[in-house]
Design a protein around this ligand. Structure first.
Ligand SMILES: Cc1cc2nc3c(=O)[nH]c(=O)nc-3n(C[C@H](O)[C@H](O)[C@H](O)COP(=O)(O)O)c2cc1C
Length: 291
């Protein structure tokens, strides 16, 4: 539901223009009005409220005081932005220094500014700022990786994974995880090569049926990683942990992920042990310009 204060509305129609779902129109009295039949497709993105110069439009559940903030003056320019991105590395070596809950809250707050598809609030964020708890999951994650070797080397199990999880996940397991597991790269006898002694991990998960939860989780994880960097922390996106959560009851229980939820991605964070001297400029994308 969207309400419009007709007394203060200047009828500039900016709200109509910016609405991605066309839930607003001009009525016979030349007033901006809400189209109730289209409520079902309203994304609640808040764009109409963000653009209104007189704060005349209100999406139900949002308030100008609590949910909309004036734009900060100091937007980054391109060079600062690129420098910031260039300064990010996946960090897998951490100082033995805890991260405060307050800092983690600052990091998580960045998600509020992320784009989203469908229902943003359907993604759950579980914060484990407890090294002991993370360590208690490691032997089970190691067991999950051992199983990957067995599954891939067994044609029936292999076929079932492909059928159940699809070709993309199967290829990731076969071509990426299997060789790593086969070479025992993640064995705990070499130390923690799974969560890298990180003091904290943030896990993104959602009900398996929730719309766009995979895409939203990946975007949120990216924001979290960049926010950590901006605060002088280091982070790495970790795909192994959610994979283990989804397949291993013990890991799911340790991280208290509800059974109906699918873990999508996780991010380890902590204070970096090393300062990198240079960045790596990659050409990983295939770019096609179409005339
Ligand atoms: C979807 C995804 C899953 C990842 N999973 C892991 C992981 O399980 N363990 C790990 O050490 N790094 C993981 N990474 C981090 C990548 O290995 C890393 O981004 C890559 O090596 C490039 O290095 P850079 O981030 O320093 O540029 C993952 C990254 C992505 C995007």
């Amino acid at each position: 539901m969207i309400t419009i204060n007709q007394e203060t509305c200047k009828k500039c129609k900016f709200c109509i223009d910016v609405c991605p779902c066309n839930v607003l129109r001009i009525n016979e009295k030349e007033e901006v009005c809400f189209i109730p039949e289209r409520e079902v497709i309203c994304l609640k993105c808040g764009q109409c409220m963000a653009v209104c110069s007189t704060k005349s439009i209100k999406v139900n559940g949002f308030s100008y005081d609590n949910d909309l903030i004036d734009l900060p003056e100091n937007n980054v320019d391109y060079q600062n932005f690129i420098d910031f991105l260039a300064n990010r590395r996946s960090i897998r070596n951490f100082k033995n220094k805890p991260v405060s809950d307050e800092t983690i809250n600052q990091i998580i707050a960045s998600i509020s500014y992320a784009p989203f598809g469908a229902e943003p609030e359907k993604v759950n964020v579980t914060i484990v700022n407890n090294r002991k708890k993370i360590e208690s999951a490691l032997p089970h994650i190691e067991g999950f990786l051992d199983n990957i070797v067995k599954w891939i080397e067994n044609p029936v199990a292999s076929f079932m994974i492909k059928r159940k999880k699809g070709q993309e996940t199967f290829n990731t397991i076969k071509n990426h995880l299997y060789p790593i597991a086969k070479l025992e790269n993640y064995k705990l006898k070499f130390g923690d090569r799974i969560t890298r002694n990180a003091p904290a991990i943030i896990i993104f998960h959602a009900n398996k049926k929730a719309e766009e939860h995979t895409n939203n989780s990946l975007i949120y994880a990216t924001y979290v990683m960049l926010a950590a960097n901006s605060l002088g922390l280091g982070a790495t996106i970790i795909g192994i942990v959610p994979a283990a959560i989804n397949k291993t009851k013990e890991v799911r229980e340790i991280f208290q992920i509800p059974v109906e939820n699918e873990a999508v991605i996780s991010v380890i964070i902590g204070y970096p042990k090393y300062k990198y001297k240079r960045t790596i400029k990659r050409n990983v994308q295939k770019i096609n310009w179409i005339d």
